[in-house]
Design a protein around this ligand. Structure first.
Ligand SMILES: [Zn+2]
Length: 288
């Protein structure tokens, strides 16, 4: 049994009332620490890392409103990449939750709230849903985010990427995307995960060129969010302007980046949506 399989097993036993439910972190030393991206909802403060049966020091916690990943190179993606590279995170879990207020907020309500807060409509992009990454299904949002992370060129192919949903009534965790299964069952996603090759290879051909120096347009998060993912392929000249070197070496970089974006970013692999969870309000919430 691998780490998150053991975590889910322990969580389900705890929710069912087993006072001995838990896991021994020492058994999973090679898979710790884990990185979790959750929503900012304060109700989650009481659940993590308890609901995962993990000690706090093995739990790297990233949060944003709605546990949203807007694109394969977004700010949150960069934090996930740094959490792996700098803090040694071994596995990533995108953990959504039931009753998410981001999910329940309509575009009109969001505009009204922002207006109340003194944010004028004219300073906001036309498509607010794309810009903020708004969603109407907590489950679909997690599945989409896990797909973007899995296929981001910033995440190495050996980092499992899971998607989970926490029931805020019971503390029960359920699989939405089993990162181990995705890895074993889908050779195509394996290829996709390794498809950072064209970018890495092209960048490597420039010797001292550092990806940190590539200035992707910061104001384009909304574009990246959905239709988005193909902005790069539509605007190779924008990348070209930021890449040092001769026209030939620029072309070496820009072309594979555009091809990669076209092939992988617009269409993350489709993962079937599991059936809805039946509410089990009678289960007591137990902590270890
Ligand atoms: Zn939320």
């Amino acid at each position: 049994m691998r780490l998150f399989e053991a975590i889910i097993d322990a969580n389900h036993r705890a929710v069912a009332g087993d006072p001995n439910a838990g896991l021994h972190p020492a058994d999973f030393a090679d898979e710790l620490p884990v990185i979790a991206l959750t929503c900012v909802d304060p109700r989650l403060n009481a659940f993590f890392p308890n609901a995962l049966a993990l000690p706090a020091e093995q739990f790297i916690w990233l949060r944003n409103a709605g546990n949203i990943i807007t694109g394969p190179l977004s700010s949150t993606m960069r934090s996930l990449a740094l959490a792996c590279a700098v803090k040694g995170g071994r596995e990533i879990a995108i953990i959504g939750h039931t009753d998410c207020q981001v999910c329940k907020t309509t575009t009109i309500q969001l505009l009204d709230k922002l207006k109340e807060l003194g944010v004028d409509r004219h300073v906001l992009p036309e498509n607010l849903n794309e810009f903020f990454g708004m969603f109407s299904s907590e489950r679909a949002n997690v599945i989409k985010a896990a797909g973007i992370v899995r296929n981001s060129p910033l995440i190495g192919p050996n980092i499992p990427v899971h998607g989970l949903l926490l029931d805020t009534e019971t503390g029960k965790l359920d699989w939405l995307v089993n990162g181990y299964e995705v890895w074993r069952k889908a050779p195509s996603s394996d290829d996709a995960a390794r498809s950072s090759g064209p970018i890495a290879g092209a960048l490597g051909s420039l010797g001292g060129f550092n990806i940190g120096e590539m200035k992707f347009p910061e104001g384009k998060i909304g574009d990246l969010a959905t239709k988005g993912n193909n902005w790069l392929s539509q605007k190779p000249h924008m990348v070209g302007e930021t890449v040092p070197g001769t026209p030939e070496t620029k072309a070496d970089v820009v072309k594979p980046v555009a091809v990669h974006a076209e092939q992988h970013w617009p269409k993350p692999p489709r993962i079937p949506v599991p059936p809805p969870i039946r509410p089990q309000p009678s289960f007591p919430t137990r902590r270890r």
